[in-house]
Design a protein around this ligand. Sequence first.
Ligand SMILES: NC(=O)C1=CN([C@@H]2O[C@H](COP(=O)(O)OP(=O)(O)OC[C@H]3O[C@@H](n4cnc5c(N)ncnc54)[C@H](O)[C@@H]3O)[C@@H](O)[C@H]2O)C=CC1
Ligand SMILES: NCC(=O)COP(=O)(O)O
Length: 330
Amino acid sequence: MSLKRIAYSSGEPAGIGPDIALYLMQEMAAKQWPCELVVLGNKQLLQDRAEQLGLVVSCVDYDAERPPQLWPSGTLVVAEHELGAPVQAGQLDSANSAYVLSLLRHAGEGCMQGEFDAIMTGPVHKGVINDAGIAFSGHTEFFAELSHTKQVVMMLATEGLRVALVTTHLPLSQVPAAITQPLVESVTKIVATELRQRFQCSSPKLLMCGLNPHAGEQGHLGREEIEHIEPALAALQSQGIEVSGPWPADTVFQPHYLANADAVIAMYHDQGLPVLKYRGFGNAVNITLGLPFVRTSVDHGTALDKAGTGAIDIGSACYALETALTMVTE
Ligand SMILES: NC(=O)C1=CN([C@@H]2O[C@H](COP(=O)(O)OP(=O)(O)OC[C@H]3O[C@@H](n4cnc5c(N)ncnc54)[C@H](O)[C@@H]3O)[C@@H](O)[C@H]2O)C=CC1
Ligand SMILES: NCC(=O)COP(=O)(O)O
């Protein structure tokens, strides 16, 4: 198997993204991941955080011309990006928002130019990026825009459950108007296609949630199911996609229903993700489907309260890296 080069964007510098890089570095040798992990970040920040955590790190400058290689334990390959301001673990500073975006741009462009095989993202703080006057709703939307991809899908996966979202980072008040037949159809098609192509599901079986309580109760509790979701289901089924619904969201996440499903399509972020995280927080991955490159992410946020403390769990980071590797290796 050829050695892959995976970009890890270390995310919000005051959060646990840099800590994750340092702990992953320690796991590299033991796990024998067949990749060179390139940390997009700042060497001084990483050295300072390592010192705070009592870790010894040797930073090597990333060289795009050098073929990927396996490095001795304790070595961190760093693609240097300049910070906007000094970093204190746990303290957000909007002066570093441009830095965070420069990491994402490097990762995305590097994938599109063939420099990296995949991106694994560390957590960013959406609020502080917006505080800097930069409109940003999430990696999912950022990479879609960067790659000029019209439609992408956020899917989180853990053992025994995958949840894909029709809408992503949208205020709840705007969700009903966003649920249209074309959107539901295109999201579902992307999920079905990628499950087939990248997740070894030869004939994916999908469960689609309704939007309203009890999936609208025949129109008595909302009409989005009748007007948009059911027509989308009919069109998808007529194209041979095995999708059923609309299921009440408080019914469909039962083992009985999930047993024969490859993914659940939820209408909005907090309809599907709390269930996924309840089942697998710390051992789940966030994957952006539909991009021209592979992007996976940790399942958690910046955990500002834990940055620099050493009290972090890197289970999701390991899962995200392994998922990215599997996706680029199949
Ligand atoms: N992939 C990404 O970039 C994501 C970013 N976020 C962003 O993160 C920021 C903070 O979000 P919160 O809702 O506070 O969620 P959070 O996941 O950062 O923290 C929730 C709780 O879980 C703990 N936690 C999270 N990850 C942990 C880990 N690996 N090890 C140990 N404890 C961990 C935190 O200490 C905190 O107590 C927000 O700005 C949000 O937008 C949230 C989710 C994903
Ligand atoms: N809850 C997951 C999440 O919001 C992460 O979003 P993104 O930054 O991966 O788009």
